[in-house]
Write a protein that binds this ligand. Structure first.
Ligand SMILES: CC(C)(COP(=O)(O)OP(=O)(O)OC[C@H]1O[C@@H](n2cnc3c(N)ncnc32)[C@H](O)[C@@H]1OP(=O)(O)O)[C@@H](O)C(=O)NCCC(=O)NCCSC(=O)/C=C/CCCCCCCCCCCCC(=O)O
Ligand SMILES: Cc1cc2nc3c(=O)[nH]c(=O)nc-3n(C[C@H](O)[C@H](O)[C@H](O)COP(=O)(O)OP(=O)(O)OC[C@H]3O[C@@H](n4cnc5c(N)ncnc54)[C@H](O)[C@@H]3O)c2cc1C
Length: 600
């Protein structure tokens, strides 16, 4: 807590080297410890100490084979036995087996298990979390009643053992209930400070926010790695040229610049967002530790939930699409495993799914925004979110009356142009999503269908536009802050504007549809400005990459070493491959002792 950034630096440094290693370590020391620390109380301190000393290995255990997103429907049960003061955990059937749990496959000794809490009168009090011992730390054999195993090979992150677990009458002490959302009194009665079960669910899932915020940082690392590889490669790889004598680096092609430099800009903007947002999370966690029950603390929790539920999708998708673009931008060499783009892409992929599926999480953000919109419009309550990400919504009427006024590409090189457009876009999508939801409510028989039928083109786009605006606004403020070195501001501002215009250009249809843009000029000048910024940033691209790339040993990609000796490094790495010059062990069968056709 004294220097919280150290944790982010450690996550990023280990992750730059290898994500399985990082996940294995952090699931234990942070995710498990975070769930116990945030969800529990003083009585759980022993688990935290043991985790810190690496005496026990653990994780959180929420997902089950038949339910992941719909946490309310989890079927693991924990019945309170008043006579022994224990909880008895059961998995009703194999479909309720905990599934996908990191570290569970081979090594977890303890887990924070989410289960439905039943008191001895048979009443269910909803989802709660419990510390459950899975294996004996001395032998790694399962505890009585626990069936635990590994789920097998995955598309990436195979250095971590994801597993399943089932519980048959597993008894745990009453104290293992993580009691910040609800507890059992000495007389066996259930008590909770949350009267509303929906609020209680939100509180018990609150711990997931820190994972989501951290994942934003993890995806930024991946984006930094892939753009570093692709830009260094593109600056040294030559192909074609204006004359037969001279070939030019592929980075000189406008097409290559347009494919890569916006991802470089995204890496810078998202990196700033990730780091500043991490500090917001720390503020929230300090509040939790200090037992801050103020309305501001509650609002901060909601805002961080809304921002992380859109920040994780945007950042993980940007890294995923960026990884694929960078892979292709390195041509055939991009497909060679030693150059690492495949591993980074595959290890990044589950960031789109774990700690909440991206498309499911975005709905949390739009729900939050629609709730605020209702308060502003219907109840005349101005919105004052602690981090200020939604303040501009108070002016939605004025903002919606604005039009795009730039007339030249040069005017668009100022980041206030995409920022103003984003403000309009968010207000427009908010008004439209609200209207769509009302229309669907009139048509549908229930709210569930109305919400589901308002996602595509409306609520989903709203959540993404909102987070893009937030990221852009934060980076704009940073690049215009007096504490940012003056010598760096010009290049950082270009990155900021490029990120804004490039992201905005994905919403062109809506900007025209809603009347913010009219005629062919706005679309054309935004495209021209994107190309202009790519060209202006091209000569700084290698330096910008050098500032964010790790040392060669960590980057571990022969086509992207800092010395720019592309072919020397690649050749050397290929020749050092295992058995590269050896004939195969089956050479004889291949050459002389050939099997006779039809002999078998
Ligand atoms: C969000 C859901 C989809 C909700 O579903 P639903 O049933 O429809 O409920 P709602 O009505 O929408 O919600 C009820 C109210 O609760 C509020 N809510 C929900 N969640 C939160 C929250 N987190 N914070 C605050 N409030 C919350 C919601 O807004 C509603 O409020 P209101 O009534 O509208 O006011 C939910 O079901 C869900 O979350 N689904 C997704 C399931 C999920 O995420 N599962 C995760 C399983 S664990 C996992 O996947 C692990 C993966 C391993 C990842 C490896 C990564 C390694 C990380 C290393 C670094 C870690 C460092 C950590 C640093 C640190 O801890 O400091
Ligand atoms: C590598 C990895 C590690 C993991 N580690 C852990 C762990 O340590 N602990 C743990 O508890 N869990 C873990 N998980 C599980 C993870 O949290 C879940 O997979 C994730 O929350 C998604 O849930 P799901 O698999 O049920 O997907 P589903 O919800 O079944 O999603 C399937 C599809 O349905 C769509 N969908 C679902 N609901 C809706 C809706 N309401 N509207 C529109 N579309 C919808 C989704 O978008 C998706 O396209 C891990 C998963 C992976 C891949």
């Amino acid at each position: 807590m004294e220097k919280p950034q150290k944790l982010l630096v450690l996550i990023n440094s280990l992750g730059m080297y290898d994500w399985s290693l990082a996940a294995k370590f952090f699931l234990n020391t942070q995710v498990f410890a975070g769930a116990v620390g945030n969800g529990g109380s003083e009585r759980h301190q022993n688990f935290l100490n043991q985790t810190r000393n690496m005496e026990v290995g653990s994780n959180i255990c929420n997902n089950q084979m038949s339910h992941g997103s719909n946490t309310k429907a989890i079927r693991t049960v924990a019945h309170f036995d008043a006579s022994t003061k224990e909880f008895i955990l059961n998995s009703p059937d194999f479909e309720a087996a905990k599934f996908w749990v990191g570290n569970m496959g081979k090594t977890a000794t303890h887990a924070v298990v989410y289960a439905q809490l039943y008191t001895s009168d048979g009443q269910c009090h909803g989802l709660h979390s419990f510390v459950v011992q899975i294996r004996d730390p001395k032998t790694l054999l399962p505890m009585p009643g626990v069936m635990v195993g590994d789920i097998g090979k995955k598309l990436g992150q195979n250095g971590i053992d994801n597993g399943f677990a089932m519980f048959y009458n597993v008894r745990i002490p009453q104290e293992n209930l993580l009691n910040s959302t609800g507890d059992i009194s000495p007389s066996g009665k259930y008590t909770s400070r949350y009267k509303d079960p929906k609020q209680r669910l939100g509180a018990s899932l609150g711990t997931l926010s820190s994972g989501r915020v951290s994942i934003i940082g993890m995806t930024v690392v991946n984006l930094k790695l892939v753009v570093s590889i692709a830009i260094r490669f593109s600056a040294t790889r030559r192909q074609f040229g204006p004359t037969e004598k001279e070939e030019i680096p592929v980075l000189e092609y406008q097409l290559q610049q347009w494919r890569l430099i916006p991802y470089l800009a995204a890496a810078y903007a998202l990196d700033y967002f990730s780091k500043s947002f991490f500090m917001n999370l720390i503020e929230l966690q300090i509040g939790i530790l200090m037992k801050d029950r103020s309305p501001r603390q509650a609002e901060l929790g909601k805002e961080i939930h809304a921002l992380s539920c859109a920040g994780k999708p945007l950042a993980s998708w940007t890294a995923q699409h960026g990884a694929q673009e960078c892979r292709e931008a390195c041509g055939g060499h991009g497909f060679l495993a030693i150059n690492r783009l495949g591993d980074i892409r595959n290890d990044n992929d589950p960031n789109c799914t774990y700690e909440g599926d991206n498309n499911v999480l975005l709905q949390q953000t739009s729900n939050y925004l629609l709730g605020l919109f209702h308060s502003i419009r219907e109840d005349n309550i101005p919105c004052e979110s602690p981090l200020g990400s939604t303040h501009f919504l108070n002016d939605f009427k004025t903002i919606l009356s604005h039009k795009f006024t730039a007339r030249t590409a040069r005017e668009c090189l100022d980041c206030t142009v995409p920022l103003a457009a984003y403000k309009w876009l968010v207000c427009y999508l908010l008004r439209e999503s609200n209207q769509k939801l009302q229309q669907e409510r009139q048509k549908a028989t229930n709210d569930f269908d109305a919400r589901n039928n308002s996602q595509v083109y409306y609520c989903r786009s709203l959540a993404l536009a909102f987070i893009e605006h937030t990221i852009l606004q934060r980076y704009y403020d940073y690049t215009h802050d007096t504490s940012t070195p003056a010598s760096l501001q010009p290049v950082l501002r270009k990155l900021c504007t490029l990120y804004g215009l490039w992201s905005l250009s994905k919403h062109m249809a809506v900007l025209y549809q809603g009347g913010y843009f009219t005629g062919e000029l706005p679309g054309k000048i935004i495209q021209d400005a994107v190309l202009e910024l790519c060209a202006e940033l091209k000569d700084d691209a290698v330096s910008l990459v050098d500032a964010i790339a790790p040392p060669d040993f960590i980057l571990n990609s022969p086509i992207a070493k800092a010395d720019g000796e592309l072919y020397k490094n690649l050749w050397s790495a290929v020749l050092q491959g295992e058995k590269v010059l050896e004939r195969p062990s089956w050479w004889a069968e291949f050459c002389t002792k050939k099997p006779l056709i039809a002999k078998l």
